[in-house]
Design a protein around this ligand. Structure first.
Ligand code: KG4
Ligand code: ZN
Length: 341
């Protein structure tokens, strides 16, 4: 019997403050390695220039570690010889950060004379739901909630994704992070707020819900509503009510997210639903989607935490489908800070 070689792709993600590399073989993730950048913590947010420099330092060791983890018994050149294509995040993100991954991927593809595959970061977040064995059937709806984006996406196939609605101002993750900053939590505030919220009363305080047309979102009003509410309180109020504030903020964000997602499910009639992006790690969001699914008789798919926040496995799975479709890129392809698909 002839031995068929597995399709092996190396994928690189460098759009924000994680330098990540993953190897996928025939659609199965065999390694997913991430180097986080701690340099931003003391600034309370990602500093783009520092992120690019950290990517420059990290990219070679991160790729080498991913390849070593994938093929522990092979030599360096044997590992490289396994690769059938090189994939990278092309957009959107911090331009300096994207360029590091893009240039590295292009150089490697050129040297190895292998196909290059560019991947859209937001499509990859959605397709992260196809990594695990228990995956949604097409067509499915995905609520993508990250630090930079909030989108409802209809996915008809890996190559056919339609944005049904999105935020007109701040993203859900931005709302979590900005409100966390107001109440004095460390950056990134989302996961910290989530933890505190679990010990608080979600109905303790009522914050403004936005009125936005169609399936779009808005989160900047909530941030302002929380800020004005807190400015009216006596000193020491935040410390005394921290858990309740967190629980009430989280409750409001989840309510806003679910209202439009519910509308999208009802409008499309699609009953396969999932979530994506860093904020989909949030306890309230996960419970909210589960509950929505139960109420509307939907099949709900929740990706593993490691595939929710930025990672290269999601770039790898997207690249896998692009490879099968022969959707390669020319070496002239370049990174872009903003781009819709
Ligand atoms: O998708 P992601 O890793 O990066 C972007 O592409 O933006 O998302 C990062 C965002 C941050 O805003 C972070 O605070 C938020 O995801 N996040 C959370 C949780 N874990 C991460 N927000 C709320 N609750 C969480 N458990
Ligand atoms: Zn992301």
């Amino acid at each position: 019997m002839m031995h068929q070689k597995l399709v092996t792709i190396l994928a690189i993600e460098s759009s924000c403050d994680e330098t990540a590399a993953s190897v996928i073989q025939d659609g199965k993730i065999i390694t997913n390695f991430i180097a986080n950048q701690s340099v931003h913590e003391k600034f309370g947010g990602v500093v783009p220039e520092l992120a690019s420099r950290a990517h420059m330092e990290n990219i070679v060791p991160v790729v080498e570690t991913a390849l070593k983890n994938a093929f522990p018994l092979l030599s360096h050149s044997q590992r490289l010889a396994q690769l059938d294509a090189i994939a990278f995040t092309q957009a959107p993100g911090l331009i300096g950060s994207l360029l590091v991954g893009a240039q590295f991927a292009k150089s490697l593809a050129l040297t190895l004379d292998k196909p290059l595959i560019s991947v859209h970061h937001m499509q990859a977040h959605v397709l992260a739901n196809l990594i695990d064995d228990k995956k949604p059937n097409f067509p499915f709806l995905c609520l993508t909630v990250s630090g930079g984006h909030t989108q409802i996406v209809q996915c008809n196939s890996p190559a056919d994704l339609i944005i049904l609605g999105e935020t007109i101002d701040d993203a859900a993750g931005e709302a979590f992070d900005k409100i966390s900053k107001i109440i004095g939590l460390p950056y990134p505030g989302g996961p910290v707020l989530d933890k505190l919220a679990q010990q608080g009363n979600p109905n303790a305080f009522v914050f403004a819900m936005p009125q936005v047309p169609a399936l779009n979102y808005s989160f900047s009003g909530l941030k302002t509503s929380v800020l004005y509410f807190l400015q009216k309180q006596a000193p020491g109020f935040i410390e005394a009510n921290l858990n309740d504030i967190c629980a009430s903020v989280q409750y409001t964000i989840v309510e806003i997210l679910m209202k439009k997602f519910k509308k999208a499910i009802q409008q499309t009639g699609i009953r396969e639903i999932c979530i994506a992006g860093g904020v989909s790690a949030n306890t309230g969001v996960r419970n909210g989607v589960q509950l929505l699914g139960e109420n509307l008789s939907c099949k709900v798919y929740l990706p593993k935490f490691e595939y929710c926040t930025d990672n290269a496995a999601m770039i790898a799975i997207t690249a896998h489908y692009k490879f099968l479709a022969g959707a390669y890129d020319d070496l002239s392809v370049t990174a872009s800070a903003r781009s819709k698909w």
